[in-house]
Every structure is written in structure tokens, then in C-alpha cells.
Design a protein around this ligand. Sequence first.
Ligand code: NDP
Length: 602
Amino acid sequence: MTSSPLTKPPIDKKALLARYIAERDKRLRPDGNAQYLQLTGRFADYLDDPYTPVVARAPKTDHVAFAFVGGGFAGLVTCARLVEAGVRDVRIIEKGGDFGGTWYWNRYPGAQCDTASMVYMPLLEETGHVPTEKYAHAPEILAQCRRIGEKYGLYDNALFHTEVKSLTWDAAGSRWIIETSRGDRFTADFIGLGTGPLHVPKLPGIPGIETFAGKAFHTSRWDYGYTGGDPKGAPLDNLADKRVAIIGTGATAVQVVPHLAGACKQLYVVQRTPSSVDVRANAPLDPAWFAEVATPGWQQRWLENFTDNQAGGNAKEDLVQDGWTDLARRIREKIVTLPPAERTPANMLAAYEDADFEKMEEIRARAEAVVKDKETAQKLKAWYRQLCKRPCFHDEYLQSFNKPGVALIDTDGKGVERITGNGFVVAGHEYEVDCIIYASGFEVGTEYKRRAGFDLVGRNGRKLSEAWAEGMQSLHGIHVHDFPNAFFVQPTQGANLISNIPHNLTEAGRTIAQIIAHARQTGAKEVEVSRQAQDAWVALLLKGMGRMIGSPDCTPGYYNNEGQDPGPAARLNMGYPAGASAYFKYLAGWRESGRYEGLAFR
Ligand code: NDP
């Protein structure tokens, strides 16, 4: 699977790079992240929870051992490990009506994981769930979140439809005070934060957006009442007489469009930048095969193998075999042909570039091979490196453009000109529609406080926004000096493994559970990273090559701060220099040593 008959050597790399830069320049705009709208005011109802009614309850004023902000994978895996370690008094606070986080909100038709279920779905071995497909669909992933919640008793004490408003360190009591949108004011010995990187929906700031008189919603709040169908894939019957526009062609739209195509009277797919859409090759998982593979410890082996294959490891086999491991395999194959003395950083980078040029040529050739209309096929070609934007994998997206009633409206990098009462305008032409679906993504480049909805107030009243004013500072991406007994569960300054976010979270969760159990066993009331250990960790990170994704010559997007210089602070949004594999091994060693170097237990 390393090369395809579609490859057309030789590749004119200079010409390609010039094209990449020309396409990027077309899309650069001075307003960067400011081009997007928050869903407030006129758009606030786009944020309502369409799935679960809010249940009245009395405010909480009690005390818990551990409170976690966010009921997605981060909270679930951390609390599951805590319960296993004997800490049962845990409370998850979640703004949605159930566990699931991103999988609670994103129920749009076609939603499924882009990373293989065997490594993407957490705690499969612990819960005994056998994934039904190589890439599970959203309802199965949401069910797995609920299964984890039930198995570990996390529902008993959870607060749903509740947003944390403040988290304040109470030095006298060595505990945190938590206040919420539901009038709660309770305390916790320890807190965890897993609010997720992509949970605040954004809209494109298109002039006139508030004037549209038809139906409009964001993909993360899909209105099945309007469209018909359901998250399991039932046809969107109510759209048969509707003209629909979907704005945006990122990873979400790539999954939605095949369900809209054919269901609507007319579908306009409005594109500013094409996604790279590689082969998906989803298939049911054979339970007999699974039974053979799933010997004790299987999921950890698969996780490590997936990471080893593409993030600095030295895997001898590729268990997952997909688009994520393919690029890495190509790079490795180029590097092993070099004599050891020539395996320099510059040659490594060259191997990466060569592999990437080849891969992207294949992906562009695929668009041409699949899409019948030649002009549409050309417009669907992505002119950038694969990791400039989130890589997509799908076997029906490109095919959708061969269906009657489906039109690609390419804006040549400019975006929609205007929204009117009746529809949208591109290149001076107004397209009348009944419904506009915004597949316009989520806030990424905005500051933590804005995305989380609160600012942590730590020791001596120090705010997290102050501590991170010049960029994130942490040990392992988990501990922050001046914020005792608080643990962050997220990838940055840790493994920073973007191809499988849950792996970052499960390792952090395991580590935190062990630290808290240790504190309780030894009678320590406070756990805090020393300033020195934090500084040393950040200095180590800065010795690395920096981020491999989102380089300045990339087309704008959230991987590169919309093409704007993100300032020196963003330099710190990186991972362990030796790669994700090495980080996980390092962290396991750090944890298992029992010394917890850098942390003070008081
Ligand atoms: P994205 O931010 O990736 O995409 C937003 C889209 O809206 C882009 O195509 C963007 O164009 C377009 N857009 C923005 N402004 C305008 C405008 N003015 N006119 C026209 N188009 C516009 O959001 P997604 O929801 O698709 O994906 C977000 C992330 O969520 C993914 O990157 C991925 O990490 C995750 N995800 C994961 C999935 C999975 O694992 N299964 C599935 C779906 C999402 P442009 O590219 O030019 O900015």
C-alpha cells in the first residue's frame, strides 16, 4: 500500500511549492481569527441543546474528593482511573445533557471517528465493548462514553447542563471552590480540566449573515426535526423539497455531504479551501478476528503500535494500517535508505517533504479519477501539504459530486461574499436556498479563558491567564505552578499526538489517578509542580524542532492561526521533542518510578 498506480513521477517540486504558496496567498486575510463570529445575540439559540431537556435541581454546596470540568473522553478516562485507584468520590461537571463531550454535541449525519476505533475508543478492554466497524459511527462512540460512565458509577454524582463559572484555590482549606451556572458552590480536594480543544462553535463572519430568513444551524447542533432522519443514518427525508447550502468543506462537511447529496432537492457545497480527502476503507470488524487479536493488554499494545508507527517510534509492524500511518511509513522508508551518518535533521525534513509531495499528488489524482465533471474535480484538489489542514478520509464525499442536484460552489479562496434574506452570494451571483448549514468549525486560536468560560484563580490570587500570558507553562502539559491540586488533561506540552487525541488523554488520566492515590496514601493535602521543574520542562520543549504542522507556508486554517503570526506565546504550543512515542515511554517511567520528580507533596 506504499505507492499507488495513480502516482505520476517525476514530481516538479519547485512548481508545486510555488502553487502552494500562490493558493495560500489568495486566502490570507488580515483579520485572522477575528473573521469568525461567536454564537451570541441573534445566534445564541444555535447553541441550545436540541437533544436533552434541562432538569431542574437544587444547587450543590457539598465537598467532593475530585471534581472534573468536562464530561468528554478526558473526564471519563481520568475519573475511571481514579475509581480504579479507589477514589470514588468524583464529580464531573458538564455543559451538555450527558457524557460524551464532542460526541454528545456532534450528531450530524455521517459523524464517525477518523482514527481507527480500536485505538480511538477509550477503555474498550475495560468495558468489554467490541467495535462494530474499523471507524465507528458517532452513536456507537456516544454509547461507549455512556458505558464508561455507567461502569465506573460516574453518573451518580455528575452535574449535567452545568457550566463552571469560577474555580478558586482556597489556601486555608487546601481545596478548590467551584461555582457554576446552576448556582452550585461546592469544594473539591483536587480538580481536573478537560474542556477540549474544539467545543465552542464558530460562524463565518459573512456580511448579512443575520439577515437570512430561512432555516440555519451549526453542524454541532443538527436539527433533525427540520431535516428528518436521525444520527444513525436514516434518510433526511424532510429535505426532499428543500434547497440547502452547506458552508465549509472541512472534516465535518466531508462526513455530512454524502448524506445531504441525494436527500435535498438541490445541494450547494460552498467551498473556500478544499480538504485533502484520502481513501477511508471502512469495514465491519469481524468478531472472530477480534477474538483472536484481543488477548489481554491488546488495546495498550494497539495504542502504542499506532503511535510508534507515526510519531517517532520504531514499530516493526503496522496493526492499524490506515491513512495516518501511511504517510509516516513512507517517510520512514525514505529515511532507512539513507546511511546512518546521513540521517540528519535536514535529510529527515527532506524525506518528509518528498513523502508529502507524493502523497498529495495521489490525493489530487484521486479527485480527478473519482469526480466526473472535470472542472469540479480540479476545484476539489487541495494545494498544500497534507498536515497543513486536518487530513480527511472518505469513500463517498468526492462521489457525492457525481449525483444529480449537487453543485460545488467554489469561492476561489475568497469565501461567501454575502448572505441575503433569501440565500448566499458568491462572485456576484445570488443562490436562493431554504436552509444554510454552517460546517464552519470551532474556536481554536482564542485564549483559554474565553474557550473554557472561566479563569482559574490559583495560589495568592494568581490567575491562569496571567500565568500563561506569555504562553502555556507546565510540567508534562498536566501540572502548572501556583495551581496546586489542579490537573490539565490535554495533549499540548505532552505527547501532542494529533492523530489520536484519546491516547494523550488516557495516559494523562492514568498518571493523575496514580498521583492523587499517592497523595492520599501519604496524607499529603497538596500536590504542586515546582517552578524549577516547570521551567526545565519548558526549556526542554524549546530545544525541539517545534511544531511539524501548520508551518507558515501552509494555507490558512486553525492549524496555523489562520496564517497570522501567532506571536511568541504560540511557540510553546508544542510536544515532547523526541516525539509522542518517546513521551509516553518517558511518562510511564516517571510515573512508575514512584518518585514523581518535580512535584512537591505537602
Ligand atoms: P473546520 O474549521 O475544519 O472547517 C471550517 C470550514 O468552514 C472550512 O472549510 C472553512 O474554509 C470554511 N469557512 C470558514 N469561513 C468561511 C467563509 N467565510 N466562506 C466559506 N467557507 C468558510 O471545521 P470542521 O467542523 O470541519 O472540523 C473541525 C475539526 O474537528 C477538524 O479539524 C477535526 O479536528 C475535528 N473533526 C474530527 C472528526 C473526526 O475525527 N471524525 C470529524 C469532524 C471534525 P477554510 O478551510 O478556507 O478556512
